[in-house]
Design a protein around this ligand. Sequence first.
Ligand code: ADP
Ligand code: MG
Length: 688
Amino acid sequence: MDNTDIEYGTDVFNEGVMREYLAKDTAEALLHTMRDHAPLDPAIANEVAHALKQWAMARGATHFTHWFQPLTGSTAEKHDAFFEPMGVGQTLARFSGKNLIMGEPDASSFPSGGLRRTFEARGYTAWDVTSPAFIKRHANGATLCIPTVFCSYTGEVLDKKTPLLRSMQAMEKAVRRLMACFGEPADGRVVCTLGPEQEYFLIDKAFYLKRPDLIQCGRTLFGAPPARHQQLEDHYFGSIKPRVIAFMEEVERELWRLGIPAKTRHNEVAPAQFELAPMFEELNLAVDHNMLIMETLRNVADRHGFVCLLHEKPFAGVNGSGKHNNWSVAYNGKNLLDPGKNPQDNAIFLAVLASVIRAVDLHADILRAATAGAGNDHRLGANEAPPSILSIFLGDELTGVIDRIEKGSRAAGGQTPTLRVGVDTLPPLPRDATDRNRTSPFAFTGNKFEFRAPGSSQNCAGVCMVLNTIVAESMDVLADAIGKLPKEKFNDGLQKILQAVIKDHRRVIFNGDGYSDEWVAEAARRGLPNLRTTPEALAPMLAQKNLDLFAKEGVLLPTEMESRHDVFMEEYERKVTIEGKAALEMARSMIEPAATAEFGAVCKAVEAARAIGVEPGVASVRDVAETLGRGLDALHAQCAALERALGDSPAAILDALAALRATVDKLEEDVDDARWPLPKYRDMLFVY
Ligand code: ADP
Ligand code: MG
């Protein structure tokens, strides 16, 4: 293959296609709607629908679907054929403005947290004009996908997309207000940007099919770490094996066709772990694209005899997978987290930075909640991923700047002079990848924040929705204060406001080693929350301050927030229960028989040796039998304990599971390799 057949964006209903298929005025109207998030003029819906259908059918699509993001965490679609029967043996391709704008999936089986009672199951999907339609290809056909939001008939949101769009509106309002304080035009274009780096594992499908735990839970419930895993640090950025690169190249081609700017690919820290990073895009689109990236990774892996594992911790003792959310916001095309080169830009940058610092300190609890989940619990705080304590890394240079603002008038002669906001120019801040602190959950990386706590399988919509909301609230508070400053005292006043924010929220800044025990103790002294498990981390969703905040910013009503809390808790409990049941079944039907057979064989060997009067070795073999026997006893007791725990809390299940796992992993060492019923880590992680 060469690069002459590379297609970019050919399966997207993009500007070029619109201009080709639509009358000039209609194309302009639609583009205006998309760009400026303006309401769609219903008068053009039929024409747009017709054009979409013509284009999609010309590209081989036979069906269309409203594509949406329910609270399950994945995407949902229900396909309808374009064709409707018309008399004997004839069909007519029908797809109207009504089909385009609104759909009515039977929604009774999607989680709603009590917002929608089953007997009034209907929900509806509505076209999200800001994200372009695209074509998904399958082995024998193609489907036109229309990105939509998903609501109940009474208007409550049932998806991850609607609150994200609302949070973008909150940001738009807040950023405009803040910019106006600096004398910038008050109606500028606000664009939140996101570049999500996606980590994943690839293993050979043959191994996967022999692991009921991977099939049912997405992670291994048993398995001893092999002698060699990641100690040699030779996998990270190592040369990519041919079978993997072939897979990656196919993934990229598919993504490019969908207009997804897949840019970087490399080996990650753990064996069999990889990363794909796209170029950043407008937030809403980047979220959709990340959902498509995950789906494409899974589908293409299957075609290559691989399975792509997106779970946050598929292998115990081996690095887990995250999704680094690189987030920023731009005003009239200028990145507000880029310090810029003159005092005015610097002042804006510092105000935005202060807003983020204030937001993360005040609302660390709800930001942590957005990263909660059964899978991510094994990662956050497990000494290899960012801890569940949210702190901000600024780096030495920027921390120095913050210090100089904080010290303010207290800076005596001989010390580094105070930085006069709006008058002085900031020193250059390095944007160098090498000095980054990888242990921080929330790091400033030169011109954006990189939020590393989100899990590899999570939809970025949740975290970005929270980030937008809390930052918008901080910007509002700053704009309230800055807006009141008299012109002649603007710089001094701004200086004081920023100084106060930094003083109040300084405790959230931490540039040291986030994995260390010292930090856990230090964070406790600073009063920063450390919410380790999903139930703890989700609880802040019900706190009055958070319900008020999300209502005030117009992102989620208290009922919507509470229902989300219930959905996520229920999902967590279900996942943990499934893990408990799967482990019990595997232990009893796979591990116990193998260990019993081994025990029998060893006992027989002792007997046989005795029968012919061989003494050397008998004592050692007896020891082995003892060890196996004790393992079997422990296994038996721990299975019974897990069974009891299944009727108890998720915490009890997880404890019982951990105890059982320790026994099984020990047996894995003691039982004849030929008899062990599960593929081992040393195979799954290295053979491909
Ligand atoms: P690395 O972190 O590997 O050094 P980069 O810093 O170039 O790489 O970018 C990592 C991710 O951050 C990429 O997806 C990139 O597109 C994204 N990114 C860069 N600038 C921005 C921005 N202004 N807003 C959001 N994401 C950004
Ligand atoms: Mg990065």
